[in-house]
Design a protein around this ligand. Structure first.
Ligand code: GAR
Length: 230
């Protein structure tokens, strides 16, 4: 049976687009059963609708508490289930333990830093302020700890002398668009799972920082999955 995924977004949806493109290119075999947003104005909703993908909006402002909001999202996701993987792609709400537990071992997030450095917001500015030589993105299984779950993969890009936030953001996003479809493809191919011992890829437990992908040119010259402009 085809791997069924839901993608949760809050904004532009360029990572969602990378997944859609990978499905079209044949490098990811999966059905996007639902794109769910907490914002009706998220640009990613139009990207999904253009492809005929079912969308839903659960606006967090309509709920008195985080718990109520998460229960409403669980209800919508369950209606479109069963789901093999739930993909957070620029979803900017903190999830409750109840939501995380409901999707335990099936919930992935992408974060624009080399975790455990810079959980939370403003990751590019923080990397620049720290004078880091390297920056990048991380994909991890979601646990109750914010941006703290077991790492699956990281893409590393060099920080150049005159980089500003916009430069870094562009190159990190380019790396995200390559890495996320690959990681979701690992799930779809049954190669990636969360075990009590850590993250397992092809039967081997990965090191604590996950699979390391490094591109010497900083991702913007990459060919392959997701290299198109988004
Ligand atoms: C991505 O860069 C992703 O890493 C980040 O939001 C962006 C969404 O872009 N996620 C977080 O900061 C989560 N903490 P997109 O909507 O174009 O995919």
């Amino acid at each position: 049976m085809t791997h069924r995924i839901a993608v949760l977004i809050s904004g532009n949806g360029s990572n969602l687009q990378a997944l859609i493109d990978a499905i079209h290119a044949g490098s990811l075999t999966a059905d996007i059963a639902l794109v769910l947003s907490n914002r009706a104005d998220a640009g990613g909703l139009a990207r999904a609708q253009q492809q005929g993908i079912t969308t839903a909006v659960v606006d967090h402002r309509d709920y008195a508490s985080r718990a109520d909001f998460d229960q409403a999202m669980i209800a919508v996701l369950d209606r479109h289930g069963p789901l093999d993987t739930v993909v957070l792609a620029g979803f900017m709400r903190i999830l409750t333990p109840a939501f995380v537990q409901h999707h335990a071992g099936r919930l992935l997030n992408i974060h624009p830093s080399l975790l455990p450095r810079y959980p939370g917001l403003n990751t590019h500015q923080r990397a620049l302020d720290a004078g880091d030589a390297e920056h990048g993105c991380s994909i991890h299984f979601v646990t109750d700890e914010l941006d703290g779950g077991p790492l699956i993969a990281q893409a590393r890009i060099p920080v150049r002398a005159n980089d500003n936030v916009s430069d870094l953001s562009k190159r990190v996003q380019a790396s995200e668009h390559l890495l996320y479809p690959q990681v979701v493809a690992w799930r779809a191919e049954g190669r990636l799972r969360l075990t009590d011992d850590g993250v397992e890829l092809d039967g081997q437990i990965l090191p604590a920082q996950g699979y390391q992908w490094h591109h010497p040119d900083g991702a913007e010259h990459c060919s392959g999955i997701g290299a198109r402009q988004r």
